[in-house]
Design a protein around this ligand. Structure first.
Ligand code: HEM
Length: 245
């Protein structure tokens, strides 16, 4: 195939309504020029990161709406929007796998292009890291305190699969999927540069394991421990085998 011809037509003319509405000219120019790529994997590397930024932008924008609906206690609306957030988070996780089609050697060539850039500088990721506290505050104020409820009550002593419980589970799923993204990202690093390596900032990549241990809504995880301990204290931590031995 005539590579130069296809390079020249790939971005389109930018004049059709589809192209104008979606701003395809600018969108498809957000990557380096074809001639400037250091190898055949660099386009994919840029595209995956850019797509991930867009999903995080959508997630952050949707969480703002979710926060409004939490304050209005509009459970059906916020649960629908949480479904959108969770699906986008799953896409973020799945898309990391594309980068596993890149060889470690070719990644080293791309890495030379990055200056000392790091995912920790991602504007959308840093925004998401700031959203869990206000979300928790809204949930606690509107679904718990306002109704004289606690996490313990909605999960255990007054459990009724209430709206508060359903919203709490949607928050837990957001938290869990965020952790899963971090876990899969560490696996990707393991596969690409190795976990014993140093980041482009000179830090040990092992530091990312700290992020893996961080949760947004610790109370929602702690209640599960407390319930298991309480039931264990009542019915025995270690049980007899069902087969009687
Ligand atoms: C071959 C692919 C990749 C490699 C080798 C890689 C490597 C790394 C390393 C070494 C760090 C730690 C940086 C530091 O200490 O400053 C990091 C952080 C990060 N990377 Fe990547 N990364 C890759 C792909 C991606 C992709 C596709 C995303 C998509 C969003 C991403 C997002 C992030 C984020 C958000 C952080 C900060 C994580 C945190 O604070 O928990 N990375 N990455």
């Amino acid at each position: 195939m005539d590579r130069q011809y296809f390079y020249s037509v790939m971005n389109g003319e930018g004049t059709l309504d589809y192209e104008l509405y979606l701003n395809t000219q600018q969108l498809l120019s957000c990557q380096k020029d074809f001639a400037a790529f250091c190898n055949g994997d660099e386009l994919q590397f840029q595209v995956v990161h850019q797509v991930e930024e867009l999903w995080m932008k959508l997630i952050g924008y949707t969480l703002l709406d979710i926060d409004d609906y939490i304050q209005q206690e509009n459970t059906p609306r916020l649960i629908t929007l949480f479904r959108r957030v969770h699906l986008a988070q799953r896409l973020m996780i799945d898309q990391l796998a594309l980068l596993e089609t890149m060889s470690p050697k070719e990644y080293q060539e791309i890495r030379r292009q990055l200056g000392n850039g790091s995912g920790q500088e991602s504007p959308s990721f840093r925004t998401l890291l700031k959203m869990h506290q206000p979300l928790w505050h809204s949930f606690k104020t509107c679904y718990l305190d306002r109704h004289n409820l606690t996490v313990e009550k909605i999960y255990d002593s007054e459990y009724s699969h209430s709206d508060a419980y359903v919203v709490a589970e949607a928050l837990a799923e957001f938290d869990e999927l965020f952790q899963k993204f971090r876990f899969h990202h560490v696996q990707l690093i393991h596969r690409t540069i190795g976990l014993g390596a140093k980041s482009l900032k000179g830090r040990s990549v092992e530091l990312l394991n700290e992020g893996l241990r961080t949760t947004f809504f610790p109370e929602l995880w702690e209640i599960r421990n407390r319930m298991t301990d309480a039931w264990g204290a009542r019915y025995g931590v270690v049980r007899d085998s069902l087969g009687g031995h």
